[in-house]
Design a protein around this ligand. Structure first.
Ligand code: KG4
Ligand code: ZN
Length: 345
């Protein structure tokens, strides 16, 4: 089999990442620099800080990726870069670097949709996985149920109408002073809690499977304020009134049940028997467990990306880049970055 090495570059948020993937499936090198520590004190990503860090570190990330891969630039078939959606100042750094390398190394250039990349993270873990399948993408900025008809054809079945689940995890963690990013911290704390401390809404839009997470977020924050007010009346810290682990476990379980309910309805609707999870929130241990139970019961095949490929990385961009290289025309060097970008156009 011919050896097709693709260099992937990802810079849509606060990770500066580059990777080389062989034939869309095998990671040869994978370097990620995260500026998350710099954003911690703000409780969320500060776009200008993220862009400046990308500019500073991207040459070294690229250099290390090439050195670790142990291949020469001549062996590279193409360069794939995230063109959107994401923070535009961040995306521009990766796109500019990719265009420069494509020009001086004379390589074809492919602009990749970030969420198509998240889905492709599964090709790195499951070498046998091929479309069609249904995918649930849950990240810090997105929540989509997508019918993946082929490597390059996507139909959106449902999307969030407001916040993304990761964003809500981060917001609740910030209000609880747990740190940033909040998802992994809540994930660990919830293991010690009961998930029935209070009720949370599960918004529905008739037959439409779209999500709305802002109601769950607001109801959780209102609950926290009520508890804090009660505690203030009796001059006690609020943590004395309720167990913090129970609080986060209740919130987390509402998010998971909501995602499960809509995803299983989408499975029925589309008649698919393969379900592929993707995105940062797919790293959540309880979510992985609940989806395993639910799919086993229905005899469905579940695909869970390795934890290291759930959150942002460039190996997933190179994996998707392989299929773009095989089937699509390369971009011109006037490729731009897009803060908003649809998957299905
Ligand atoms: O996919 P990703 O790296 O970036 C975007 O494309 O948005 O996702 C980052 C999000 C953050 O909101 C983070 O809190 C969340 O994924 N996350 C988790 C876990 N690990 C990361 N959420 C819940 N449980 C986790 N274990
Ligand atoms: Zn992402």
């Amino acid at each position: 089999m011919q050896k097709i090495y693709i260099l992937g570059i990802e810079s849509s948020c606060d990770e500066t990442a580059a990777a080389i993937v062989l034939n869309g499936r095998e990671v040869i090198s994978n370097i990620i620099f995260s500026s998350a520590d710099l954003h911690k004190i703000y409780g969320g990503v500060v776009p200008e800080i993220a862009s400046r860090k990308h500019v500073e570190v991207i040459p070294y990330v690229l250099e290390q990726t090439m050195i670790k891969a142990g291949i020469t630039r001549d062996q590279l078939a193409a360069i794939a870069v995230t063109k959107g959606p994401g923070l535009v100042g961040s995306l521009l750094v990766g796109v500019s670097a990719a265009k420069t390398l494509a020009l001086i190394w004379r390589k074809p250039l492919y602009g990749i949709h970030h969420l198509a990349g998240h889905i492709a993270a599964n090709y790195l873990t499951y070498r046998e996985l091929e479309p069609p399948f249904l995918s649930l993408i849950v990240s810090g900025a997105h929540s989509h149920i997508v019918l993946v008809k082929s490597y390059l054809e996507f139909e959106i079945i449902a999307r969030t109408r407001d916040d993304a689940p990761g964003e809500v995890f981060d917001k609740i963690a910030r209000e609880l002073n747990l740190g940033y990013p909040g998802g992994p911290i809540i994930d660990s704390m919830a293991k010690y809690g009961q998930n029935n401390l209070f009720d949370l809404p599960q918004p529905k839009f008739g037959d439409n499977l779209d999500f709305s997470f802002s109601g769950i977020k607001t109801a959780t924050l209102n609950k926290l304020n009520q508890i804090k007010q009660k505690a203030a009346l009796i001059n006690q810290p609020w943590e004395k009134l309720v167990n913090k682990s129970d609080f986060v476990a209740t919130f987390q379980s509402a998010i998971i049940n909501y995602l499960l309910d809509h995803t299983m309805k989408a499975i029925k609707l589309t008649g698919q028997n393969k379900l592929v999870l993707a995105g940062g929130v797919a790293a959540n241990s309880e979510l992985r467990l609940q989806f395993q139970y639910a799919t086993k019961e229905l005899g469905l095949k579940l695909y869970l990306p390795e934890l290291q490929y759930c959150t942002d990385n460039a190996a997933m961009i190179a994996a998707q880049g392989f299929y773009a290289f095989k089937e699509q025309q390369p971009e011109t060097l006037s490729l731009n970055a897009y803060a908003m970008l649809e998957m299905d156009n």
